[in-house]
Design a protein around this ligand. Structure first.
Ligand code: SF4
Length: 208
């Protein structure tokens, strides 16, 4: 086998995933194991899952264009309902991380350091509290990742089952339930849920 010289393209890396509780990943160089069949190239080739998500985002954007989003400009009437515990897809998690990577680190740290446990709006006298989304800016009363916000945040206040609490939105698009049902077919977890799974997988991953 001819040796690779400097400047040549590195050998492709192949990976074998064992998707079960005891997840094991083997990273193999083809040069070291020339007999290995091609299993799962790590190249950034689009998968059917990528294509499905891209198609969904396109459908969601089309839905957004039929919403009365201008009504929400400058309003934070539903911001107190941005509570923790909702589910997002892996793509949505990654989109927020990419947004934060480009954001001002001091601002990211400022929001992350805030106490998200706040009095229940409208029931303050009872002492009841609610935990807000980790990305809710409780000092400025806005969403710190708004351009990258996940689907449920885009639908909030603009659909019949997540209605505007101050009744400022005149009507809701008929296509919204179909878009939501399409969204529900994707695997979704809480922000913390994705991170917990990766932490567990990292501990169980063997790299040769
Ligand atoms: S959905 Fe209603 S409360 Fe929420 S931002 Fe829009 S207008 Fe304000």
């Amino acid at each position: 086998m001819a040796k690779r010289g400097a400047g040549q393209t590195p050998a492709p890396i192949y990976t074998v995933y064992c998707e079960n509780a005891a997840q094991v990943s083997f990273f193999l160089r083809r040069e070291a194991f020339p007999f290995m069949p091609t299993l799962l190239p790590l190249a950034d080739t689009p998968t059917s899952a990528d294509a499905a998500w891209t198609a969904f985002v396109s459908r969601r954007e089309q839905l957004s264009r039929s919403m009365h989003l201008h009504v929400c400009n400058g309003c934070d009437g539903c911001g107190g309902r941005c509570t923790a515990g909702f589910l997002v897809t892996r793509e949505e998690y990654d989109a927020v991380q990419a947004f934060l990577a480009d954001a001002n680190p001091a601002e990211v740290s400022r929001v992350a350091a805030q106490n998200k446990i706040v009095p229940w709006e409208g029931a303050e006298e009872t002492g009841a509290t609610v935990t807000l989304c980790r990305y809710r800016d409780t000092e400025r009363n806005n969403c710190s990742v708004y351009p990258a916000r996940p689907t449920i945040c885009r639908l909030f206040g603009q659909t019949a089952w997540l209605p505007c609490p101050i009744e400022a939105v005149p009507d809701y698009p008929e296509a919204a339930p179909g878009v939501w049902n399409a969204y529900r077919r994707f695997e979704r977890r809480t922000w913390e849920g994705w991170e917990e799974d990766w932490a567990v997988a990292e501990k169980k991953t063997v790299v040769l």
